[in-house]
Design a protein around this ligand. Structure first.
Ligand code: PLP
Length: 382
């Protein structure tokens, strides 16, 4: 808190070097990062006001689009990759009002950003790489977050690396960087009370994260652990030096967390090998850098029962996103004709298993039991 700009500048320099991108901006959240990017793109391309995103996505994404005063357009997904249904996507790219396409590595599953870039290369449509869940992730030798015209990482709770809250923007593009710089300079930073609140939060988290005390945050509703909400009303600030300080040593931390997540992911993959999406299977021997392990449960009663038991025992298996984007109550009237059957269906099947470094051996065992009971078909539904 006392070093002021120095810690921030150091964090920024380290990011520039690690990701080999020219421009980097540090803000208060992933949502704030997305909003700034969208505002800048829409200034650069007046007349274009529609943002194309996958119909199954984190609710923060449509929240940011609404906040930027733009319109959410959806494309259905491929059930195997959770990336776009590229057949449908191609048909949507000639839309003259399209401002940009967002490509997102959901749960760390790599999306085909290159393919979106190829499809849009002869148009002014920009590609935003939403790597909110994929900081430090790599695929086919490429660092996720660096392939789009502009990319973001989130440093929120539950992401690959956290500073309580925080967001990072990366870009190679000079025009975007120049406009972002202007916007960034016009933002205020955290006030002293806001910084103190972060500080208290960080302290509490440090204490409560202990497995023996972890029931407390789970039991206190206002902490809203792991909840996904649509809410365009959020603060957009420059990152504070305190947050940059929390990130210090991030390269080492990320590498360490990645190894632990990989090893737990392999565990789940072994148990679910016959149920894995073919996106995993066809690249056998390689698992992406997941921050949550997606598992599709076909039977709705089995899924409900697993979620119920996980909640009761505090195991951290989650439905993750309550529904597809077209069914978010606040914006569903924008999609009166629906048209996203795969996203609707996947949203009802997917649960995600935790792979984070704080998962206890006891919890891992309990989760294992639940999985084995479910895939062994002798799952007790009583
Ligand atoms: C978390 C997340 C965001 C938003 O990040 P915050 O820091 O929580 O605002 C955006 N996109 C995706 C895919 C996310 O998972």
């Amino acid at each position: 808190m006392l070093t002021r700009g120095k810690t921030l500048e150091q964090f920024r320099t380290e990011l520039n070097e690690y990701f080999k991108v020219k421009h980097c901006f540090l803000v208060s959240s992933g949502k704030a990062a997305l909003t700034l990017i969208l505002v800048v793109l829409s200034d650069l391309h007046p007349g274009r006001d529609e943002v194309l995103i996958p119909a199954y996505c984190c609710f923060s994404v449509p929240s940011a689009i609404t906040r930027a005063g733009l319109k959410v357009i959806l494309c259905d997904i491929d059930p195997e990759t959770l990336d776009y249904d590229y057949g449908q996507l191609e048909g949507q790219l000639s839309n003259p009002r399209l401002l940009c396409v967002l490509s997102t590595h959901l749960f760390g599953l790599p999306a085909d950003v290159e393919r979106v870039k190829k499809l849009t290369c002869n148009s002014p449509v920009a590609v935003i790489e939403d790597a909110a869940q994929a900081m430090g992730g790599e695929w086919m030798g490429k660092k996720l977050g660096t392939q789009g015209d502009v990319g973001i990482f989130s440093l929120g709770r539950g992401k690959a690396l956290t500073t309580i809250e925080g967001g990072i923007i990366l870009t190679h593009r000079m025009d975007i960087a120049k406009a972002l710089e202007q916007k960034y300079l016009s933002l205020r930073s955290y006030s002293v009370p806001e910084t103190l609140l972060l500080f208290v939060y960080a302290l509490l988290l440090k204490v409560l994260i202990h497995p023996r005390l972890f029931w407390i945050p789970k039991a206190v509703p206002f902490i809203r652990l792991g909840e996904t909400v649509y809410d365009p009303d959020f603060k957009i600030l420059r990152m504070s030096a305190f947050q940059a300080g929390l990130a210090s040593g991030w390269e080492k931390k990320i590498a360490e967390f990645r190894n632990i997540r990989k090893s737990i992911s392999w565990d789940w993959a072994g148990l679910l090998k016959n149920e894995m999406p073919s996106a995993f299977k066809c690249r056998s021997g390689v698992l992406p850098d997941l921050i949550r392990f997606p598992w599709k449960i076909e039977s709705s009663p089995v899924r409900e029962s697993i979620l119920f038991q996980s909640k009761r025992k505090g195991l951290g298996i989650a439905a993750t996103y309550p529904d597809s984007v077209d069914r978010i109550p606040e914006i569903r009237e924008c999609f009166p004709r629906g048209g996203f059957p795969v996203a609707n269906d996947q949203a009802k099947k997917i649960v995600t298993l935790p792979v984070h470094p704080l998962l206890t051996p006891g919890d891992r065992n309990e989760i294992k039991k639940l999985i084995l009971a479910a895939v062994g078909q002798d799952f007790g539904l009583d």
